[in-house]
Design a protein around this ligand. Structure first.
Ligand SMILES: Cc1cc2nc3c(=O)[nH]c(=O)nc-3n(C[C@H](O)[C@H](O)[C@H](O)COP(=O)(O)OP(=O)(O)OC[C@H]3O[C@@H](n4cnc5c(N)ncnc54)[C@H](O)[C@@H]3O)c2cc1C
Length: 374
């Protein structure tokens, strides 16, 4: 049986960032991914927004890693020519009731350290983004968009250049305890089985991160590691995108732990709207065309030039949440499970939004955990 120092399970943006930051000259590292390439799940089915760290509970890992990830993201995109744009964002109130909720959001944003967020009135909104209708807004200058594929390509290339091996078409099927660590059992597409010894295993399996934790023997229900799927559907603007704002435009968040249906301007000049969020028991990737009216009515109050018949179903993605319907929100889990008797197992569970933004900060955090574990 072959042996390596570190196995990373999952090649989404988080697993790739972990691999890129964890490789060392004197360390063997292998990343296992069940699909034929990287980023085939949540990391390529999202809004591609670089978040400013506004909405998260104070002192949460989500808030802290989002803030640090935002700073690192702009730095790495600039240094490595990863396509991105610092568009800025407006969280727009279209009624006086919505406007009355902005000060509390501003306090939350400031508590999270989000840089430069401020309340703006109609005149300034008209100056910043004349194609929007709003009575008041929060302006978030550090928000932006990033090409998520190019970001993952950057992390994958950096991991490979550092000596990591990325193995596709191999699904981890079991984790067994072995001498000095773990035995990772993986299956290829044809059903052939491989056994690999690893001193440290890092679980970055996204929507299946609870299954991988359970393979190791953790009680995922008791630890609140069970993953619940939250489906986010998008519509694409098929006509008149050039007349829509180039800044990110978000509504005042509804009271359901979502950020609401917002604009997602892409780097090619196109525009998506979304996501519309629903809980889901299955991973069904269809987008319901009858949501058209709902999308139009959600966005038309702040996008006066939007036309009802110029939006069409686009795509959807699934968030890996640690809470289900009616439960309180839960934070990211990023921890070495040694204190629970699982020496050498590092779990990343519930890495939902802002996981893309946070990915450049998650990599170094996990690298520190791996350094301490080896
Ligand atoms: C609709 C939506 C909108 C979002 N918008 C934003 C946003 O605007 N900004 C932001 O910052 N974040 C956003 N997010 C969150 C962000 O996309 C995720 O946090 C991030 O992509 C998670 O990356 P990941 O690598 O953990 O998961 P994934 O990309 O899902 O990767 C996990 C990988 O593990 C692999 N895997 C699973 N099980 C196994 C196994 N047994 N063996 C081998 N491989 C396995 C999977 O195939 C997959 O490739 C959004 C998410 C969604 C769904």
């Amino acid at each position: 049986m072959d042996r390596v120092d570190v196995v990373v399970i999952g090649a989404g943006v988080v697993g790739l960032s972990v691999a890129a930051h964890t490789v060392r000259d004197n360390r063997s590292l292998l990343a296992l991914e069940r699909h034929e390439g990287f980023g085939r799940e949540s990391s390529s089915r999202n809004s591609e927004v670089i978040h400013a760290s506004i909405y998260y509970p104070p002192d949460s890992l989500k808030g802290r890693l989002c803030l640090e990830g935002n700073r690192r993201m702009y730095d790495l995109c600039a240094r490595h020519a990863v396509p991105h744009r610092n568009t800025g964002k407006l969280i727009v109130a279209t009624t006086e009731e919505e406007a009355s909720r902005l000060p509390a959001l501003l306090t939350l944003a400031r508590g999270n350290g989000a840089g430069g967020v401020r309340l703006v009135g109609p005149d300034e909104i008209a100056r910043l983004e004349p194609r929007v209708r709003a009575v008041a807004a929060l302006h978030c200058p550090t928000s932006g968009v990033v090409d998520s594929h190019a970001l993952m390509q950057h992390f994958a290339a950096r991991a490979a250049a550092g000596g990591a091996t990325l193995v596709y078409n191999h699904a981890v099927a079991a984790l067994e305890r072995g001498a000095g660590g773990w035995v990772v059992v993986a299956r290829g597409r044809g059903g052939e089985e491989f056994r690999l010894g690893a001193r440290v295993v890092v679980n970055c399996a996204g929507l299946a991160s609870d299954e991988v934790a359970a393979m190791a023997g953790l009680d995922v229900a008791a630890l609140h590691y069970r993953i619940h799927y939250r489906k986010g559907s998008y519509f694409r603007v098929t006509r008149g995108a050039a007349k829509l704002p180039r800044m990110l435009i978000y509504p005042v968040p509804p009271l359901d732990h979502t950020v609401g249906i917002h604009t997602c301007p892409d780097l090619g000049g196109g525009m998506r709207l979304g996501p519309h969020d629903t809980w889901s028991e299955t991973l069904d990737f269809s987008v319901n065309p009858s949501l058209r009216d709902l999308f139009f009515e959600a966005c038309a109050p702040f996008l006066p030039s939007l036309e009802r018949d110029a939006i069409a179903p686009d795509m959807c993605g699934f968030q890996a949440k640690r809470f289900g319907p009616g439960e309180p929100t839960r934070d990211f889990v990023i921890r070495h499970e040694a204190d629970r008797g699982f020496e050498g197992l590092i779990n990343l569970i519930g890495i939902e939004s802002p996981g893309l933004t946070a990915s450049p900060a998650i990599g170094p955090m996990v690298a520190d955990l791996v350094d301490a574990a080896l």
